[in-house]
Design a protein. Structure first.
Length: 293
């Protein structure tokens, strides 16, 4: 029985250039090797190196356009918070569908040299269906591998962060509770105690400052940009921007949790789990380690 719940599991889209490059290279090489070794479209009287190079180039072009161009054209569809295994699977199959179309064109014009085959529905159906069959296998393997790889990677990062947090608690030097911070927000000064600020979140054109005062969580909303807050708090070592939408007080982190989607941190006396952007995980570990020394 198919577990449909698994398909709705959150799954991280390849956000960085390196992640997109690795995915494009992996799929292009897999497809080209399958075509070269098994020749699923039938025996082709063509130089094997030329065949491999042609498929590799075609796959690179299709995958490169889709993985690097589509997220720019359709940013809402590729939002990581809304990305899931089912979306990743369908997007991969779409890529293989387009590769199948290009295979049909290349096979008709360059391999068989018969332009009339371009309008042959039978030839088109064979090319696309065989490419999609390969795509089903490749997509499943890639998603399973990346899902488990990221889960292990983020779990290890979470364990390391928790270990460093425990070490930090042992050597923590408390901040003077009377020390204050003054920020310029909405063209007026905003003053608060340094130890009270837990985290900052971005909400569109506004930023929310979240405090813990008298054992009570409070927040205040101001018009502004996260970049301005990050720069203003940069001289205080406990504040760290862990995500494009969050800046946290490292001294208030209780624990961290990692899964295939990423690393999340939990603050003391709060239920919210704050995401850590994947490129920021290494920096977070270094900042906590620095505060522990």
């Amino acid at each position: 029985m198919i577990n449909w719940t698994w398909f709705r599991t959150p799954y991280p889209f390849e956000q960085s250039m390196a992640e997109k490059r690795n995915t494009v290279v992996s799929i292009a090489l897999f497809l080209s090797l399958i075509v070269l070794l098994l020749q699923p479209y039938g025996f082709m009287v063509i130089n094997r190196s030329l065949l491999f190079s042609g498929y590799l180039l075609g796959a690179f072009l299709v995958l490169g356009i889709n993985y690097f161009g589509f997220p720019i054209l359709f940013p809402r569809w590729f939002e990581e918070a809304k990305w899931s295994i089912s979306k990743a699977f369908l997007f991969l199959l779409y890529n293989f569908f387009i590769i199948g179309l290009w295979h049909h064109v290349g096979n008709s014009l360059f391999i068989k040299g018969d332009p009339e085959l371009l309008i042959s529905f039978t030839e088109l159906l064979l090319s696309v269906s065989k490419t999609l069959m390969i795509g089903l296998v490749a997509s499943t393997l890639l998603i399973l591998f990346r899902f488990n790889f990221l889960a292990r990677k983020h779990l290890q990062a979470s364990q390391e962060v928790n270990r460093q947090l425990r070490k930090q608690l042992d050597v923590l030097h408390p901040i003077d509770p009377s020390e204050t911070i003054q920020l310029q927000l909405e063209n007026k000064p905003v003053t608060f105690k340094r130890s009270d600020l837990r985290y900052v979140s971005s909400e569109g054109n506004y930023i929310a400052l979240h405090f813990m005062t008298a054992e009570k969580n409070t927040s205040k909303l101001y018009r502004g940009r996260m970049k301005e807050i990050e720069e203003a708090l940069s001289k205080y070592p406990e504040f760290f921007r862990c995500h494009r939408s969050f800046l946290v007080n490292l001294d208030t982190i209780e624990s961290s949790h990692g899964n295939s989607q990423g690393l999340f941190i939990k603050l003391f006396d709060t239920a919210i789990k704050i995401p850590v952007a994947r490129p920021k995980i290494g920096f977070l570990r270094k900042r906590i380690a620095q505060k522990s020394n």
